[in-house]
Structures are given as C-alpha cells and as structure tokens.
Design a protein. Structure first.
Length: 481
C-alpha cells in the first residue's frame, strides 16, 4: 500500500492486500500469472459448458464463474505493487467466506418482506441446493474486497483530498438514527422505500467502528480528508455488481428482479437504476466485516486484531448457524420460485418412455420438434406436440413445476400464456391452487411468453405492493410462485 497510508496504520478496505507481502518483498509473479490463466480458463470453459446446457454448469454457472473469477483476481493482486493473495492464516479466508454468506443472508431476510428478487431453477435436491447457494453467497466479501484491494494496489484515488469532515458525538448518534430509519421504512412501506436498505448497515454500524478503531473506520478517513478507501469501495462495488449481473443473465439457475416501478427497463436482469445499489452495498460489506473483526469473531488478514474467547466465538457461530437455517426456511417458502424442472413438470408425460427415446431432460424435450418426438416414442404427433409445448412452458423464464398450476387453469403452452392478462391469471391461479401467487412473477412469465412469440409488450401496470398478490385476492402462507 502507499507509504503515506502505511505510516498512519491505514488498511486497505478489502484486507486482501494487507495479508500479502510488504513492499520490497519478492513478488510471486509466476504464481500470479498461473492463477490468472487457470481462472480465465476455468471461466471460459464453464461458460461454454453452460451455454451448451451441460450440467451442473447450466444450473450452477454462477458458482463456477465466481470462483474462477476470484482465482484470476487473486492472481492479478499477486502481480500488483508487490502484493500476494497468499494469506498469513488460512483461517482468514475461511472466516471471510463464512461471514460473507451470513451477511448476504441478512439481505435475503429483508427480501422476505421486500420481494424485490426471487430465484429460479435452483438444484432440485436440497442437499445439493443449499451447499451451492451458501457457497455462492460466500463469494460476496472476497469479490468486493478483492476489487478494492486491486484498485488500492494501483494507487487509485490516493491523491484525492476532500474537506475534512468534522465528526461529533451528535453526528454519530444521528447516523445511527438515520440507519434505523433506513431499515424501518422499507419494512413498513416496501413499495416506496426499498432502496434504503442498501446503506442501512453503514449508517447503523460505522459509528461503532469509528469509536473502537479509527484505522478501520471510513469516517476517520473522511475526518482526515482522505476519501480514497471509500471511493475505491464504491468503484469496486460498481464493477463487481456488473459482473454479478453478467454472470447471472445466461444461467438457468438465477435470480430475477421484480422491483416496483422498474420491471421493464433492465440491463441483464437488473433494472438500470438498480446498479446504483452496488456501490453502497460494498461499503456495507466493509463496515460489517470491520465490526466482526473488532468483535474478535472474524480473522483479519493482517493479524492485528485479537480473536475473542472461544466461548464467544462459538456463541457467534451458533447464532450464525441458526440464523442461516431460519433464513433458508424463509427463502424456501417465499424466495425460491422453482427448482430445476424434470419431466414431472410436463403433465401426463411418460417419463420412462421419453427418457428411453433420448428426452430424459425437459430442456432437451423443449428444443425438440413434435414430429421427432412422435417418431422416436411412437406416440401420436398431437400428443407429442402437447408434451413439447408443456416442456417449453416449463423451461420458460423459471416457470418450472409451476407449469402444472398453469395447466390446472388451462394454460399449457407458451402462446396460450402470452394471451393472458397477468392480473387475471394470478387471481385464477390463487383461486385454483390456494397458494400464494405473486402478480409480479406472473407478469414476468407473460412478458417472456409475449417476447417468445413476438407479440407486443404488456402495458405498464400498477400493483398494491411490491410483488404482492392484489388486495382483493385470497392468499395463504403456502409456498408458491
């Protein structure tokens, strides 16, 4: 890190840089280039296999893409300003990965109320689904901090100076109050205040970091008129957010946004203005991590903080585990809309017969022609066409097994779905199934169907709350679309 920062005990936001070699130490350039090459190769290979529909890459592409990217990112750090991604303590990275999952699950907890995004085509087996989900969430902190560390290695924003911020006890109290309001308002009125969740932990927790260790505090940086670390976090968060959405767009297992007022204009899956949430989220990550380090329950890469007593660490680990399980249960009921569909999503399909004919995968069946399916299975061409139509419906925009609910109301093909009014269809589904069916997700389906057949887009619609059923429709707490 720059000598000025080193002299004042300044630490890079990601801490990855702080865990490497000091300036002047031998740089492991060979290992750095090797990590970049292997990471880039794995990313290219997993992308190709994903596009070809090869499992598990097609469903769990995000997992493969991000660990490949992190490997390349660490390699780039090894080549930058004498730094190495090699850690002094292996437990440092392990705790960062673990707390990364817990941190993101906090936002998943908020989303149980916000309903701003949902997941589709996740692995069907829960013993595979949840390890892959947790491992995916574990990449958040290393990605954000690695981006900041790489910028810091290049000296980004180091010469930038701002007017020093005067930090007073009153300002610290006001920050906590603002942070609390940023959390409470979206929970009370999610349709209008949902953007405030991105930044709430910074306002609520940064005053505690400032009081306990100013070398880890962004407020202390601003107090000295040095915004470099904050600016790097914001810039790095924007870059990492772009990659998050890029890696999400073509995968089968993915998330889909249903953000109020912004369901149409998107880059990848993200509403255009939604990209503004990634920079403050990166700052949230930094502040939470520093507080965990100061609490002695996360292992810093620089070794400067002492771990808490074993009893305290075990208590935090138990609380984090219970929290993870609790949020996972909530996500199963409200956020995970579909698992990777099998032939059971096709009503009346003879699974064994189709599998014997080479159509054991519903995605393969969806790409087949009715005449080919009829010829290879010996079925009537009309019946084969029905199987193909229902497979195409099940594989459209994360519908999955929800295709069986659509079939129950007479919607058994993509063209039939494209003709539906989303609000009316959602009401019919709720009345027929008794499950919670969200208008916003049905709109996603109908829009996709209309795009598939080349029909005009839907007219803009309003809803009573973000992603919620209409106020006049019955709902239950059951898992649904």
């Amino acid at each position: 890190m720059p000598e000025l920062a080193r002299q004042r005990g300044y630490q890079g936001g990601g801490e990855l840089a702080a865990g490497g070699y000091a300036r002047g130490h031998a740089r492991p350039r060979g290992k750095g280039w090797a990590a970049i090459a292997v990471g880039a190769g794995l990313l290219a290979g997993s992308t190709l296999l994903m596009l070809k529909g090869v499992e598990p890459f097609a469903t769990s592409f995000y997992l493969f893409a991000w660990y490949s990217t992190l490997l390349a990112l660490y390699g780039a750090l090894a080549l930058s300003a004498g730094r190495s991604p090699r850690l002094r303590r292996p437990t440092s990275l392990l705790t960062m990965l673990a707390w990364s999952s817990v941190l993101w699950l906090f936002f998943e907890l908020l989303n149980l109320r916000l309903r701003n995004w949902y997941y589709v085509f996740v692995p069907a087996d829960p013993w595979l689904r949840w390890p892959s989900i947790v491992l995916s969430f574990a990449t958040v902190l290393p990605a954000v901090f690695g981006a900041e560390a790489l910028l810091e290695a290049q000296g980004a924003f180091e010469r930038k100076r701002w007017r020093p911020l005067r930090v007073t006890p009153a300002k610290l109290r006001n920050m906590r109050v603002i942070g609390a309001l940023m959390l409470v308002l979206p929970m009370l009125w999610p349709r209008y205040f949902f953007p405030l969740v991105w930044g709430t932990t910074t306002f609520m927790l940064e005053p505690a970091v400032y009081r306990r260790d100013r070398s880890r505090s962004l407020l202390a940086d601003l107090e000295e008129g040095r915004p470099a670390r904050l600016l790097r976090l914001l810039a790095g968060g924007a870059a990492i957010g772009f990659l998050w959405e890029l890696f999400n767009i073509a995968a089968r297992g993915k998330w889909i946004y249903t953000v109020p007022f912004f369901e149409e204009a998107k880059i990848f899956e993200m509403p255009v203005l939604g990209f503004l949430g990634f920079p403050p989220f990166a700052v949230d990550c930094f502040v939470v991590w520093q507080l965990l380090v100061l609490a002695g329950v996360a292992v810093p890469l620089d070794g400067r903080a002492r771990p808490a007593r074993l009893r305290r660490r075990l208590g935090f680990a138990l609380a984090a585990t219970l929290f993870t399980v609790g949020v996972a249960v909530g996500m199963e009921r409200r956020t995970i809309s579909s698992v990777r569909p099998g032939l059971d999503a096709v009503v009346g399909a003879p699974a064994a017969r189709l599998a014997a004919a080479g159509y054991g995968d519903v995605f393969v069946l969806a790409q087949a022609s009715a005449s080919d399916v009829a010829g290879r299975t010996g079925a009537d061409v009309v019946l084969a066409a029905q199987w193909v139509d229902e497979a195409r419906l099940a594989t459209l925009r994360g519908i999955g097994a929800n295709a069986r609910q659509l079939a129950a109301v007479g919607v058994r093909s993509v063209p039939a779905l494209a003709e539906q009014d989303p609000a009316l269809l959602a009401r019919r589904l709720r009345a027929t199934t008794g499950a919670e069916v969200l208008d916003s997700r049905v709109r996603v389906w109908v829009r996709a169907a209309r795009r598939r057949i080349g029909a005009p887009p839907l007219q803009a619609e309003t809803t009573t709350s973000p992603g919620s059923p209409s106020s006049s429709s019955p709902t239950t707490a059951a898992s649904g679309v």
